[in-house]
Design a protein around this ligand. Structure first.
Ligand code: AMP
Length: 394
């Protein structure tokens, strides 16, 4: 994917940098600084270019009004600590106060601008607001992939006014996504799990057109099994989606091999440590629920991983929050991580509960890339254009 990077930017510019500082906060204090840490490589790269750095971000949903509890001010101090340098704060993202704060910076200095969503024009991608923001800088850097599926003034509007570059975090994300679905090393295997078919229809349709193999797990696999005439007892399933499931299988024929569970783990209730049984697809009884993929299914999935060069994963294979129904997800995740760590495959995962599932398996660090971007990652997996990314392309 060809997009502009910080390396391409000129030296000594006023840089407007869109970051994701939508951090967890309690009583006006940041309780998890992961997103602040994630912005450091971009800030440092711009400092090395002698830029004056103005950080733009949204926080929560003030819906176009100044809601004091949704101020970004409490973020400045923890960010300064992580950066080891002062971070100024301006109480608006446009206008004289912001301009004065940026003008006052020395080369490499950093100012955090107040919540972009205090302005109603932000979410409307208002051209006037974008112009006012753009007036504060010479270049624009977007480091907030997680907000790139939204065409807002600070994520897209400004990018069309100023020369626009991807930040370091955005760059890593885009390079990983490209390696997984854009121009992947084949064969490519996908794993899609999670609760429902209905929320992942676009995703499934896009994947069967792009992947060599697709393993379907979780609650959504129950719908597919039901559509094929299997007995699924009291399992979570969308029986009204049976036709859709059959259509997807038909559309995949000859293009993308679909792997469905061949055995399942069942129990009569979803409770930690409850007695569970492995069943084939003919012997699930009416009072049982399918809560995980069975060992033979995991074995086949692992063999499919071994035969692939690229893996893209969204959604758990079972009710991973309630052991023992985490077993298939954990076993598959560990194997994928091992292959990725030893350089045998490129393994990219993300979206919704996937990050929690991989953290639960203790393997996130060994994957090639795990996206925490949620909605943006899913839209990208659905094959949609992300306006914030499109604006960075050459
Ligand atoms: P999603 O957000 O669509 O990725 O769905 C994730 C959720 O699907 C998790 O909370 C899992 O517990 C749930 N899930 C996975 N497999 C099953 C299953 N067989 N029955 C019910 N829920 C499931």
């Amino acid at each position: 994917m060809s997009f502009r990077r910080i390396e391409d930017a000129p030296e000594g510019q006023r840089a407007l940098v869109r970051v994701d500082f939508n951090v967890p906060m309690a009583d006006g204090r940041v309780t998890d600084d992961t997103r602040l840490r994630a912005a450091l490589p971009t800030i440092k790269a711009l400092q090395a270019k002698g830029a004056k750095i103005a950080l733009l971000a949204h926080f929560d949903r003030p819906k176009g009004k100044r809601v004091p509890e949704m101020s970004l001010k409490p973020v400045a101090e923890p960010l300064a600590k992580l950066l080891g340098a002062p971070v100024a704060f301006a109480d608006d993202c446009v206008g004289d106060a912001a301009k004065a704060a940026i003008d006052a910076l020395a080369a490499g200095g950093v100012v955090l601008l107040e919540n972009t969503r205090y302005h109603a024009g932000e979410e409307k991608n208002d051209a006037e607001l974008a112009k006012q923001i753009a007036a504060l800088g010479d270049i624009y850097v977007n480091d907030a992939f997680s907000a790139a599926h939204r065409a807002h003034a600070s994520t897209e509007g400004v990018a069309h006014i100023l020369p626009a570059y991807a930040g370091k975090q955005m760059e890593r994300e885009l390079d990983a996504l490209d390696a997984a679905l854009g121009a992947p090393k084949r064969p490519v295997l996908g794993i899609v799990g999670g609760a429902k078919v209905s929320t992942k229809l676009d995703l499934l349709k896009n994947l069967i057109a792009k992947l060599d193999k697709l393993a379907i797990g979780g609650g959504m696999a129950n719908t597919f099994l039901y559509a094929q005439g299997a007995e699924i007892g009291g399992s979570l399933a969308e029986k009204d989606m049976a036709d859709t499931a059959r259509e997807i299988l038909a559309a995949a024929k000859g293009k993308c091999e679909i792997l469905l569970p061949v055995d399942v783990v069942v129990a009569t209730e979803v409770k930690p440590g409850v007695a569970s049984t492995v069943r084939d697809l003919k012997s699930v009884s009416a009072d049982e629920k399918i809560l995980d993929a069975g060992p033979e299914t995991v074995k086949r999935l692992i063999a499919a991983m071994d035969a692939s060069n690229t893996l893209i994963w969204n959604g758990p294979l079972g009710v991973f929050e309630v052991p023992p129904f985490d077993a298939a997800t954990v076993a598959a995740a560990k194997h994928a991580a091992q292959l990725a760590k030893s350089g045998k495959i490129t393994a990219v995962a993300g979206g919704g509960d996937t990050v929690a599932a991989l953290n639960h398996a203790g393997v996130s660090a060994d994957f090639t890339f795990v996206s925490t971007a949620g909605g943006a990652f899913l839209e990208w997996m659905e094959g949609k254009e992300l306006p914030g990314v499109e604006a960075l392309k050459r």
